[in-house]
Write a protein that binds this ligand. Structure first.
Ligand code: HEM
Length: 406
């Protein structure tokens, strides 16, 4: 049992540069002193942030906390049509629709389908590293040249969206992720969403006329017990897959390589025993996972939690990165140990919204990290670690750049 709460940590600015550069000591204080922390979201609403592992798991698995606002207007004024379309996605619909959508999607997104991609992911990885090695440069930004393009090429091919549109997606998805944490970008975000939805409408209309061997065609055709995805659900799903494909695995690779460069004995161990790659990827996910917090949950009733403080309609955020460093759950949580035996991290969430893309992200991470160390065995950090910059915002934990030499 933890001792009685000893004090409070108030006024944490989660968008502040110094927090983003070094969040873990602050999370440790929150876990110890203020495990349910009241914070002001960039939207102007208050939410409770939960930072302990045990509480995080409870909230994510408790049906009284849902990802859809309990009543219209909870998040402010009525949304424009393109925003409403996108809100039909897995992470925003109510529990019944979620179950339905998940059942339909799972069918086209099976682990078997993901395993079939192994050969192609290896080819993409080798191709990117061939290009790096063919140039005269012996120093690069690893994010730009490898960690970013690898998952993008894979998700674009998987969905069947033209790779030449990837620059557009990158700008759109970056604006959307920044916009979520910065209300000043709301106008720009609105424009981007509109262009994104128009793009998807055109793409899906074209694909309906000519179905192909790709995920969008599968999603158009998928049917289960007479049920199908509606047009809007289809747009919303492809939207979420493109955003997730852009914003997450890049940081699994980037954060992972950084962890190894900062822990050379772990890099040596993995290079000697590449079979450790699965537990190595799990440890990267725990130690510095790409999803810093969960999506918002709303309480649909008063919940008896820490002195009855959660009321119906309250918003909750689960600090996944914090839960994954909780010493009540993990031995020596701040140690990066790729041989860790017990590692039930929640970097992919928990419960009904558990990450749909987890098998894909894991496979990409495993291939990317092992290939990189095999092809660039002398890889080293090409900057002072204190000069590394993390991307702004609360949702994604990832580096802006990772300068390496080899
Ligand atoms: C290392 C990479 C990734 C991480 C750390 C990650 C993390 C997460 C987390 C934490 C959630 C749950 C959020 C919540 O409960 O509020 C989630 C959900 C989801 N993720 Fe991922 N993700 C990753 C990669 C991907 C990829 C590559 C895709 C697809 C291309 C994807 C698609 C999704 C979808 C569709 C959901 C919503 C599932 C649902 O609501 O039922 N993710 N992800």
């Amino acid at each position: 049992m933890r001792e009685k709460l000893s004090g409070i940590v108030s006024g944490v600015d989660f968008l502040n540069h110094s927090f983003i550069q070094q969040p873990f000591p602050v999370y440790a204080k929150l876990r110890e002193n203020e495990p349910v922390h009241r914070l002001l979201l960039p939207s102007g609403h208050y939410a409770w942030m939960v930072s302990r592992y045990e509480d995080a798991v409870k909230i994510l698995q408790d049906g009284r906390f849902v990802t859809s606002p309990p009543h219209q207007g909870q998040m402010g004024e009525k949304q424009p049509p393109h925003m409403e379309i996108i809100s039909n996605n897995l992470l925003s619909v109510g529990p019944e629709d979620h179950q339905r959508l998940r059942r339909l999607v799972q069918k086209a997104f099976t682990p078997r389908m993901i395993e079939k991609l192994r050969g192609r992911i290896e080819q993409v990885s080798e191709g990117l590293l061939d290009k790096v090695l063919a140039s005269d440069k012996r120093d690069i930004d690893l994010i730009e040249e490898y960690a970013f393009p690898l998952p993008i090429i894979v998700i674009c091919e998987m969905l069947g969206v033209p790779l030449e549109d990837q620059d557009k997606f990158r700008i759109w998805s970056n604006t959307i992720m920044e916009g979520v944490s910065n209300p000043q970008l709301s106008h720009k975000m609105d424009e981007v969403m509109k262009s994104f939805v128009e793009y998807l409408q055109q793409l899906i209309a074209d694909r309906r006329k000519h179905l192909k061997e790709d995920l969008i065609s599968d999603l158009i055709s998928v049917e289960e017990q007479g049920d199908k995805l509606t047009e809007h659900e289809l747009y919303a799903l492809v939207f979420v897959l493109i955003i997730a494909g852009h914003e997450t695995t890049v940081n699994l690779i980037g954060n992972g390589i950084l962890a190894f460069l900062e822990h050379p004995e772990q890099k040596r161990l993995l290079m000697e025993k590449p079979d450790l790659i699965q537990s190595a990827v799990e440890e990267v996910l725990r130690f510095n996972g790409p999803a810093e917090v969960s999506n918002i949950r709303w309480a649909i009733e008063d919940v008896d939690f820490y002195d009855n403080m959660i009321q119906k309609g309250d918003m909750m955020l689960v600090a996944l990165s914090s839960a994954n460093r909780d010493s009540m759950q993990f031995d020596e949580p701040d140690t990066f140990d790729i041989t860790r035996k017990v590692n039930n991290h929640i970097a992919f969430g928990k419960g009904v919204h558990y990450c749909l893309g987890a098998p894909l992200a894991r496979l990409e991470g495993e291939i990317a990290i092992n290939d990189l160390f095999r092809r660039l065995p002398d890889i080293r950090l090409n900057t002072d670690p204190l000069l590394l910059e993390w991307r702004p915002g609360m949702i994604i934990r990832g580096l802006k750049r990772l300068p390496i030499a080899f």
